[in-house]
Design a protein around this ligand. Structure first.
Ligand code: ADP
Length: 257
């Protein structure tokens, strides 16, 4: 019921968005931003109108992962709204484009900044807004999920046993908020060398998540030097190599969100 009340009071900026997808992880460094950005460009490649909102205020990755010409958000002084920047047809807003250094803020302030950035942006008509969530399942995440009517969540994790416990927390948070988790992406699950496949972090914890929580899709994303290089170069891998193995995986993920 809480969600319906919020939806009724939705800020104008969000009313023109058909689907809002949260890409979430329970700790940093597992590849959440990599998944969010490549998912967004895959959906755009499929013909959708897409935006990315980088809600990771403490460590915004979007400015590194994409290279828009205009690296500062503009304001519309009359309407007091934010005009997103754009790269290859995908609109985007990140704290990293706000022209300030990394912030030292307490949780409630962070929530305020995130909500303001997200809800005062002139997104225009979008088929998908992909939200790169801050890592974790604390107050910041919860507030964000309550303000924004999420259509679905994608959880990114690595194959370690320890990660499983964190993922379970994420799944529970979304399920309490009645947001369906449509997929788990198990990132950095293997690499190939000398004709053999290696699983440096072990196997099986993704399958356990899917089984235990009834999440319909599990995707394995391999360790790929090009994925890390493209993240640093500002051109997402699915754009740089649209016929590659990674693009293929994201096509499948794109279909299920
Ligand atoms: P998070 O958003 O969870 O903090 P990032 O997406 O920023 O994680 O990824 C952390 C680092 O790991 C980045 O430098 C990224 O390019 C790299 N990375 C992520 N996934 C892979 C992968 N499958 N193979 C190689 N490098 C990866």
């Amino acid at each position: 019921p809480a969600k319906q009340i919020y939806a009724a009071q939705l800020p104008a900026g969000l009313q023109t968005i058909s689907n809002i997808i949260a890409v979430s992880s329970c700790k940093g460094g597992v590849g959440k931003s990599t998944v969010a950005v490549n998912l967004a460009y895959t959906l755009a490649g499929m013909g959708a109108r897409v935006g990315i909102f980088d809600a990771d205020v403490y460590g915004p990755s979007l400015p590194t992962m994409v290279s828009p010409e205009n690296r500062l958000l503009e304001m519309n002084p009359e309407k007091k709204t934010i005009i997103p920047t754009e790269y290859m047809g995908v609109k985007m807003v990140s704290f990293g484009f706000a022209g300030q250094g990394r912030a030292i803020m307490r949780g409630p302030m962070v929530s305020g900044v995130i909500n303001q950035l997200l809800t005062t942006t002139e997104w225009g008509e979008l088929d998908y807004l992909v939200i790169d969530m801050p890592p974790g399942t604390g107050d910041i995440q919860l507030t964000l999920c309550q303000v924004v009517p999420l259509t679905a969540a994608v959880i990114v994790t690595t194959p370690q046993k320890l990660a499983f416990i964190d993922v379970a927390k994420g799944v529970r948070m979304f399920s309490k908020l009645k947001v369906p988790c449509v997929a788990v992406v198990e990132n950095m699950c293997h690499f190939d060398a000398d004709g053999k496949r290696f699983y440096p972090f072990g196997r099986g914890s993704g399958a356990q998540v899917v089984e235990q929580f009834g999440i319909p899709h599990l995707f394995d994303l391999p360790i790929r030097p090009t994925l890390s290089a493209s993240g640093d170069s500002g051109i997402p891998e699915v754009v740089a190599d649209p016929q590659g193995e990674v693009a293929d995986i994201f096509q499948n993920l794109g279909v299920c969100v």
